[in-house]
Design a binder for this molecule. Structure first.
Ligand SMILES: [Cu+2]
Length: 474
């Protein structure tokens, strides 16, 4: 629904909107939370999906998997696999409690599905190999579920991930709650990277070494574009909903001179925000942060990815520049960050829980050099499954015996990390599992019976079978 500036934004924001948004078709949803202007404009702004349903509590959209040209920088395009022709795919925005209906059609020449990463969907809607047969070329499937949690989520295929996701199949879902901190600007930041071949196109999978370490491309992307500039004003507070959509890239984000205030993680808000100079994100991860810009008008700053060694040659040995923040206009008094986010997160009681050991490991074939990635000694679909029970807490000691980090992702449920020193209590679905370490997680399954997956979120490791499932029953 298109509305006027005055209807969409409170008075103190209109000046920001006026300078940042001239030729934009402004719209705001009919939900209760005020939505600030998007700081990412032009090619950096995510495409928006059309809500076909007039019911304010139903978001009904069409998503089509299609081949398209993807302009990663002005005049430079690559052949892509997309949702609705854009990379990232169109942003889906909703309010907590809304029903999301997605009419999905596959116009690719290969099968695919949609997985709703982080959304607590019914098992049958999860888009995983356990949930549904892949949608064949020309086929369609209707996904329908209620959005029970406020937060930042994303969607991507759960079929041939290293190819389909690398070629651009990913998009964001923003679910807003009733009362959210309103900053001066708010937008989604999807991070990704690409490996281009000599022909300038996205390279095909490169073989054993890449299968082992996972693909980390030399081309850094923010919202599907390389070498981008983000306008910001001195004193301004921009809320960024960050998503790591990369195949294997771990991000250590920093902006010299800028403090991040973390509001939330995979499963929505923390109880209280906290300040940090650095953000760590594994593939699949989301962070909800406020960027407080402190540079002088006319200056610039760089969003950097700091070096990180994730073992076996993976990671960035040097600092990479991801984007430039350009200080436009005069300085301003930014919106206040609330001391509390109105949420209570109680530690999960592990009394009477079922405790399991889950072992992530690798076996290297000395003759071929090929690596088999395993969970409890087997690769998917041969990993032994088990039954978990509705309402009975699960405690998993997730052990990484391999020499490299793996991002651990659990489908369908948010978990807490037990015994993490210093970290605030949070709800997670994608988290760092360091080499030669053990992570203890806990979750209490609600009544969404069915088959659920857990796996490493390095896409090449998914492909090679570092993936497993369990059955949730009464
Ligand atoms: Cu892995």
């Amino acid at each position: 629904m298109a509305r006027t500036l005055a209807a969409c934004y409170p008075l103190r924001m209109r000046r920001v909107v006026a300078v940042a948004v001239v030729a934009l078709s402004l719209s705001c949803s009919s939900t209760k939370t005020t939505t600030p202007p998007d700081p990412f404009q032009g090619p950096l702004q995510l495409a928006k999906v059309t809500d076909l349903n007039p019911d304010p509590h139903v978001v009904e959209v069409n998503l089509e998997a299609t081949y398209a040209e993807w302009e990663i920088s002005p005049g430079q395009s690559v052949h892509a696999m997309t949702y609705n022709g854009s990379v990232p795919g169109p942003l889906i925005e909703a309010h907590v409690g809304d029903t999301l209906i997605v009419h999905f059609t596959n116009h690719l020449t290969e099968p695919t599905t949609i997985h709703w990463h982080g959304v607590r969907v019914p098992a049958a809607m999860d888009g995983s190999p356990m949930a549904q047969a892949p949608v064949q070329p020309g086929g369609s499937f209707a996904y329908q579920f209620t959005l029970t949690d406020a937060g930042t989520f994303w969607y991507h295929p759960h079929a041939d991930e290293p190819v389909q996701m690398e070629h651009g199949m990913y998009g964001a879902i923003v679910v807003r709650g009733d009362s959210e901190p309103v900053m001066d600007a708010e937008g989604v930041v999807m991070l990704d990277d690409l490996t281009l071949g000599p022909d300038g196109q996205i390279a095909s999978p490169a073989g054993a070494i890449e299968d082992h370490t996972g693909r980390e491309g030399a081309v850094s992307l923010l919202n599907g574009r390389m070498g981008v500039a983000i306008p910001i004003r001195s004193g301004q507070r921009q809320r960024w909903r960050l998503v790591n959509a990369g195949s294997a890239r771990f991000y250590r984000l920093a902006i010299p001179g800028v403090t991040f205030t973390v509001l939330g993680t995979d499963g929505g808000f923390l109880a209280q925000p906290y300040d940090t100079g650095e953000l760590f994100m594994v593939p699949g991860d989301r962070l909800d942060v406020v960027v407080t810009a402190t540079g002088a008008p006319g200056s610039s700053a760089t969003l950097q990815n700091l070096p990180y060694d994730r073992g076996h040659g993976g990671g960035s040995p040097t600092t990479m520049d991801l984007a430039t923040l350009t200080y436009d206009g005069e300085s301003m008094n930014g919106a206040a960050i609330p001391a509390s986010l109105g949420r209570t997160i109680d530690p999960i009681s592990t009394a009477g829980a079922t405790t399991r050991t889950i072992i992530f490991d690798e076996v290297i074939n000395p003759d071929t050099g090929d690596t088999t990635f395993t969970i409890n000694g087997k690769s998917y679909p041969d990993v032994p499954t088990f039954d978990a029970h509705v309402g009975r807490t699960e405690v998993w000691d997730v052990q990484n015996k391999s020499g490299m980090d793996h991002p651990f992702h659990l489908h369908g449920f948010f978990f807490q990390v037990i015994g993490a020193s210093g970290a605030p209590l949070s709800w997670e679905d994608s988290i760092q599992l360091k080499a030669k370490s053990t992570l203890r997680i806990a979750f209490t399954p609600d009544d969404r019976q069915g088959m659920w997956m857990y796996h490493c979120h390095i896409l090449e490791h998914v492909k090679s079978g570092m993936m497993a499932d369990f059955r949730l029953t009464k």
